[in-house]
Ligand binder design. Structure first.
Ligand SMILES: [Cu+2]
Length: 229
């Protein structure tokens, strides 16, 4: 996520520089070639030096954007020995999650659960003041911080997209295909996301709520929050 943010700043810097230079050139042209300050038009048609400059300078700018962009793109795909794998399945219209290598005191368990959006009525019933409308789910995805995580994302029916903007993560969930992403959460807290691939009438009502807990508390939190099946 830091990489994405820094690259955004780099791009912003380049854009501001380009806009400033172009605006300055435009200002010079308007000022110097106005009819009453320069009534005799110049009559040259070619300038080789100028052509070389205005071809090579943009090419260099593009190169300076492309090289960090590619290294960032490939670094996002790198998977570094994950300690936990979360399988994410998109359904019409909810997300379900599986942790198949969950180790606890009572042996390896297969954890599987579905997250449905809480409707306005159920929020009212719970008297859940301060909850986000159309953004809360009955169960939350619980993940540990400071742990290398692997996400496997797929869909059961149609295309969906599992997205959490705060992590800079957006992975398409395609039926019949397993997409992989890595995740390393640095701080605990609640993170929200929504399905980002139009998938039917309730596309806007299948939110994602991710609860990141410190890794030492992870087992306790997940054991006390979920029923196993
Ligand atoms: Cu969807």
């Amino acid at each position: 996520m830091e990489g994405i943010f820094l690259f955004n700043l780099h791009l912003l810097f380049v854009i501001i520089a380009i806009v400033t230079v172009v605006a300055w050139l435009l200002f010079l042209v308007i000022r110097n070639f106005m009819e009453f300050s320069n009534s005799k038009p110049s009559n040259f048609t070619h300038n080789n030096a100028l052509e070389i400059i205005w071809t090579s300078v943009p090419a260099l700018i593009l190169l300076s954007i492309a090289s960090p962009s590619f290294s960032l793109l490939y670094s996002l795909d790198e998977i570094s020995n994950p300690e936990l794998t979360l399988k994410i399945l998109g359904h019409q219209w909810y997300w379900s999650y599986e942790i198949s290598d969950f180790n606890s005191c009572s042996g390896t368990q297969h954890l599987k659960y579905s997250c449905y959006m809480l409707t306005d009525e159920s929020l009212k019933e719970k008297n859940a003041m301060g909850f986000f409308r159309n953004l809360e789910t009955n169960k939350r995805v619980i993940l540990p911080t400071n742990t290398h995580l692997r996400l496997l994302i797929t869909a059961v029916d149609v295309l969906h997209s599992w997205t959490i903007p705060s992590f800079g993560i957006k992975v398409d969930a395609c039926p019949g295909r397993l997409n992989q992403a890595n995740l390393f959460i640095k701080r605990f807290g609640l993170f929200f996301g929504q399905c980002s691939e139009i998938c039917g009438v309730n596309h806007g009502f299948m939110p994602i709520v991710l609860f990141a807990v410190p890794s030492v508390q992870y087992h306790y939190v997940i054991m006390s929050n979920l029923e196993f099946n």
